[in-house]
Ligand binder design. Structure first.
Ligand SMILES: Nc1ncnc2c1ncn2[C@@H]1O[C@H](COP(=O)(O)OP(=O)(O)OP(=O)(O)O)[C@@H](O)[C@H]1O
Ligand SMILES: [Mg+2]
Length: 349
């Protein structure tokens, strides 16, 4: 009988219990009713399993969202604390830095004068040497001995390098202090203004052009987007930091670089995506790149502040978002999102 259409469990039961039994029409109807019950039970079970699957997937997704939110909150707290701390330190350093730089400049001017004087002395020595008189010769010997003992010739040759390196070192410190002050500065003095993101990108590209032109071709994919209400100079700073990072990653990758800047409007946000085909960011670094002073660049090349400043400006000061996608060896994409409300740009904090 209808063996092929029977549910596998019922088939087994029929085979073991009804073997050799005559299957009457009533029995056949009964078996078919039981068969349908089995099949419908299977369907219900698989529906139930599917809905459990979906719920647990939703649960996992929600947990993931909660974890992300939690880490964003922790990050924000850290940023606020570090901001205050760095403002204090930067102010402390700024003052002595100012007078050390100015003293060094004065020292350089004084040394230039001393060098002129030493030159005059040298000329004087040469003239004396021509004199055929003992007092003059003794004087020259004394001068030579003192010059040698005090290593005047070595000092004379070294002095410009030492002063030059010190001035360069101090201006590096100055750059860090300025970045720290900029990072810590709240938006008290900055005005929120209508800002054309596409124009901001063009202006920033013009500034960074010298850094970019030898390493990457720029692709501008700028969409028709409305203006946003932000502090324009700080957004330009973010764009510059992201562009310079991208160029650096391209330089490291030693292949023809492509730097793409795209603007678009999506899900109520005005977005800007900066994509490079550079070295990419290792997964284990992704959690750290927004932390102040995190850098993978050699000493003197990076301060590790660029992205933390960008984070502070976009997330804390403009209630925006920054998303990163990166694949090692392939490239990286940073997306900045400015939220809008019902077509109106959200006022920044
Ligand atoms: N587009 C990118 N591709 C690859 N790595 C990146 C990219 N952007 C950032 N990174 C990584 O994140 C780190 C932190 O970046 P961040 O801009 O904060 O500091 P930095 O560039 O090292 O120094 P600076 O203070 O001069 O900007 C970088 O050192 C680099 O390892
Ligand atoms: Mg940087």
């Amino acid at each position: 009988m209808m063996d092929d259409t029977l549910h596998r469990l019922l088939k087994r039961q029929v085979e073991s219990h009804l073997n050799g039994v005559e299957i009457t029409a009533e029995l056949k109807n009964f078996i078919s009713a039981v068969n349908e019950a089995y099949i419908s039970q299977d369907k219900d079970r698989s529906l139930l399993e599917r809905s459990i699957d979906i719920s647990s997937q939703e649960y996992n997704e929600n947990m993931e969202k909660i974890r992300t939110l939690q880490s964003q909150l922790v990050q924000q707290e850290k940023m606020a604390g570090i901001g205050q701390l760095s403002a204090g330190i930067a102010h402390e350093i700024n003052n002595p830095l100012g007078y050390t730089q100015s003293n060094l400049d004065t020292l350089k001017k004084y040394l230039d004068k001393i060098k002129v004087f030493l030159e005059t002395l040298r000329n004087f020595e040469s003239t004396l040497q021509l004199e055929n008189n003992q007092a003059a010769q003794e004087l020259i010997t004394t001068i030579h001995a003192s010059r040698k003992k005090n290593k005047i010739d070595v000092i004379y040759d070294d002095i410009d390098d030492i002063i030059g390196e010190s001035i360069a070192g101090l201006s590096r410190i100055e750059k860090i202090v300025k970045s720290l002050l900029g990072f810590a500065r709240t938006s008290i003095n900055s005005e929120y203004e209508e800002y054309d993101l596409n124009k901001g990108i063009k202006d920033t590209l013009a500034i960074a052009n010298n850094e970019i032109k030898y390493f990457a071709n720029v692709v501008e994919d700028l969409g028709a987007i409305p203006s946003i209400k932000v502090t324009g100079s700080s957004i330009n700073q973010v764009l510059l930091n992201l562009i310079l990072n991208a160029v650096h990653a391209i330089k490291e990758a030693s292949q023809e670089g492509i730097l793409t800047l795209k603007t678009f409007e999506k899900d109520g946000s005005i977005c800007c995506r900066i994509t490079d085909n550079g070295i990419g960011i290792p997964k284990e670094n992704l959690d750290h790149i927004f932390t102040p002073f995190f850098t993978t660049k050699p000493v003197g090349m990076g301060t590790g502040l660029g992205l933390s400043i960008a984070y502070d400006i976009i997330i804390n000061k403009h209630s925006g978002r920054i998303e990163v996608e990166s694949e090692l060896g392939k490239g990286t994409s940073f997306t900045i999102k400015f939220p809008t409300k019902g077509g109106q740009i959200c006022d920044a904090k």
